[in-house]
Every structure is written in C-alpha cells, then in structure tokens.
Design a protein around this ligand. Structure first.
Ligand SMILES: Nc1nc2c(ncn2[C@@H]2O[C@H](COP(=O)(O)OP(=O)(O)OP(=O)(O)O)[C@@H](O)[C@H]2O)c(=O)[nH]1
Length: 387
C-alpha cells in the first residue's frame, strides 16, 4: 500500500470531517445549474518546488560532513510514484466534459460562488479541525485572493485548501539531520504519554535498518513502567537499552550512556527523558543537568533535541511547544497519533506559528508506523483530496 493511502486511511477522522464539511458547504449554497457565472479555473497542483522525499541516508557516516546536517531520512519510507504526485485534476464524470456541460449523462458537479458567507464557513471548518484561528484565516484569505467571486466545486476547494496547507508546511518538512559525529546524541523530550518511548523505538529500528548502530538510554528513571516499556521497544528494534535503578539521577545515566556509546563507537545515542510538567522547575533542572553532563564528553551535544507531541491533544500541542522551548533547546518535532484523530490540523498551526522542523509523524503503534513528513501527502490526506 502506498504511504499516502496508508496516511489517508489512518487520518480518516480528520479528512472525513473536513471532506464532509467542504461538500456540505458547497452543496448548501449550490446555485442552479446554467447560472451565467464564470467557473473557477482548475486550481494548479501544489508547487513543483516542493522538497523531494527524504533521501536514504548514507550508510557510511563518513560521507556526511562533520558539522553540516545531511539530508538523512528519519525515517526513510519508500515513496511510490503516486505518493509523489501532489494533486490530480478533478476526475471527469462518466459522461465526460462535454456531456457535463450539456447536462447529459454523468452527475452534475455542485458549485457555489466563493463569497464572504462561504469563506466564513470555511474558516469555521478549519478551526474545528484544530488549525487555529490565525492559520485558518490565512488559508481562507489566500484562497479568496485568487478565487473570490468565482464558482467553485467542493473538489476545487479541497484542492485550493490542500495547496495552501502544503505551502505552509513545505518549509518545515525536514528530516532529522544526521551528523558524522559519533555518537550523535538525540535528546527526546515531551509530556508523559505523548509517545516518546514508542517514537524512540521506531527511530531506533529505522536507524538500524539503514546500518546505524544505536544505543538507548532510559532517562525517565522515576517510572519503572516507562523503563520496562523502553526495554520492550529496544528488544523489538534490536538495540541495547541502558537503564538505572528507579529514582536514580537521570544525568548520571546519561553520562554512563555517553561513555558506553563512545566506547562502542555507536552512531547514535537516543536519550529518553521524563515528561512531568506538573513540576516544571524540577524538570527544567533535570533536563539542564543531563545537558551539562553530556557536554562534559561532547560540548556540542545534544545534537538534536526532539519534542514529541501527541496530535490528539489538539491546540494544547501549541502550548507544549512554548513550554518545552523554555525548558530545552528544541531542534525539531515529531507528531504522534495522527491516525485516528480529528485534530490533524494542529500540525498546520504548529508549522505556521513556530516554523520548527517537523521530522516525522506517527501514524500507529507498530514499529514501522513512523513516516517522514511529506507536506503534500499530508495536505491531501487532511482535506480528503484523492491523489
Ligand atoms: N495510535 C497511535 N498510538 C501511539 C502512537 N505513538 C504512541 N502511541 C501510543 O501512545 C501511548 C503512549 O506512548 P508512549 O510511547 O508510552 O508515550 P511516552 O511519552 O513515552 O509516555 P510515558 O512513558 O508515560 O512518558 C502508548 O499506548 C502508545 O502505543 C501513534 O503514532 N499512534
């Protein structure tokens, strides 16, 4: 199954809500056929200038520059030709274009003039999909700029919307940079339950699959269950997991993990951390101490600080970014649980507000359910547009 198909199937709740809403908005204001109003020209597909799908990383880290990030995958899901096709033209009805124009044969396409009431309805729909007011306004304003007063079908609106969303998301769709530095230290932060453990397991498995050696440090030493879960993921991924006794200092574990990763020449060290936001001052001190001790071994570590966010929390993800940016030097985001949520629009709001790189998205609980973030696939899946 192409990844787009999988993403669309998994994001059914988001896309079906937007899709049904868009169909309803157009149908509600549908004009009688034959009205003498010009139709909107077919919207152009999202720009060809979109970034290419994440390349497979060099198996040999020596191929990467010492300091500059390579375009490494994280993760490298195979891209099918159809997954790279941004937006296909609106399918012809069975009777073909002439029959449609003549009112013969196939189904007549409902159209509505894009006016202020329709724009307001579109805004509301985007806000209910957790896109946030500012982003929803920006998207609809851009659609209005080119199509205000024109008669549009639901399919055209979806395509225009997908274009706008892809345009917002393109700059942030960046694979996690991979450095030739050994070990590359990746600190993983986020609130409890956001999917840190699962994401670390998936990342470890994908790095292993491209020939990297990985070590995981179970830095949430306060919860035995969290450590056990990480061990299970380590086993699945075939990666060693370093643990410390319950309640011990996570920074001391991180230091030991650095020594082990250096001694073994590991390519990557993934460090899990606690996510207790209830006591922010403690958490800040804990994260700062981890960073201090690993910098004793490598002044540039951590090389990546990934913030894992749970899509089902909707707009709350925005405040989590704000909070964690104060606690740690967040370098990129991973959004989990995009499958089965109607709140996928929050990723657009995040991209629009913060511009932080989105490295990957989680679309399930299985080890291979972590995908590179492709803005066009995502925009199409979100709006319910077929590619
Ligand atoms: N459907 C779905 N579930 C996910 C995804 N990622 C994680 N989960 C589930 O979310 C729950 C929490 O994930 P964890 O990885 O344990 O989250 P955590 O941030 O490590 O949480 P703590 O261990 O409490 O700190 C688990 O039941 C996971 O299976 C995803 O992309 N999709």
């Amino acid at each position: 199954m192409s990844f787009f198909k999988k993403l669309k199937d998994r994001m059914l709740k988001s896309s079906s809500r937007l899709e049904a809403g868009l169909d309803a908005i157009v149908e509600e204001g549908q004009e009688p056929s034959g009205a003498e109003v010009p139709q909107a020209p077919d919207a152009a597909p999202p720009s060809d200038a979109a970034p290419a799908p994440a390349p497979v990383p060099p198996a040999d880290p020596a191929e990467s520059p010492a300091t500059a990030p390579s375009g490494a995958p994280v993760p490298a899901a195979p891209q099918t030709p159809e997954a790279q096709t941004p937006v296909s033209p609106e399918p012809e009805s069975k009777g073909g274009l002439i029959d449609r124009l003549m009112g013969r044969g196939g189904q007549e396409v409902a159209r509505r003039t894009l006016d202020d009431p329709m724009l307001e309805q579109l805004e509301e729909l985007l806000i209910t999909a957790d896109m946030g007011v500012d982003t929803a306004l920006r998207v609809t304003a851009n659609i209005a700029e080119s199509h205000f007063g024109k008669r549009v079908s639901a399919e055209e609106v979806k395509r225009l919307m997908a274009e706008e969303i892809a345009r917002i998301m393109e700059p942030v769709a960046q694979p996690m940079p991979i450095y030739s530095k050994k070990p590359q230290v990746v600190l993983v932060v986020g609130v409890n339950g956001s999917g840190k453990t699962t994401t670390i397991g998936k990342l470890a498995s994908q790095f292993r699959a491209v020939g990297k050696s990985v070590i995981i440090a179970a830095g949430d030493t306060f919860r035995a269950a969290a450590v056990e879960q990480l061990q299970v993921w380590g086993e699945r991924a075939g990666v060693p997991v370093l643990t410390a006794p319950e309640g011990s200092d996570p920074a001391s574990l991180a230091f030991d993990a650095m020594l082990k990763a250096e001694a073994e020449g590991a390519d990557l060290l993934l460090i899990d951390t606690a996510g207790r936001l209830q006591n922010r001052a403690d958490l800040m001190e804990e994260l700062a101490k981890i960073v201090r001790v690993i910098r004793k071994r490598d002044p540039e570590a951590p090389h990546n600080t990934l913030l894992v966010l749970d899509a089902t929390t909707g707009q709350n993800a925005l405040s989590q970014v704000e909070t964690f940016r104060k606690l740690a030097d967040v370098s990129g985001l991973v959004m989990t649980k995009l499958d089965g949520t109607a709140r996928g629009g929050v990723l657009v709001a995040l991209a629009d507000r913060f511009g932080l790189p989105i490295h990957a998205i989680g679309v399930g609980e299985q080890i291979d359910d972590l995908a590179p973030f492709d803005p066009e696939d995502y925009a199409c899946a979100l709006t319910g547009l077929e590619v």
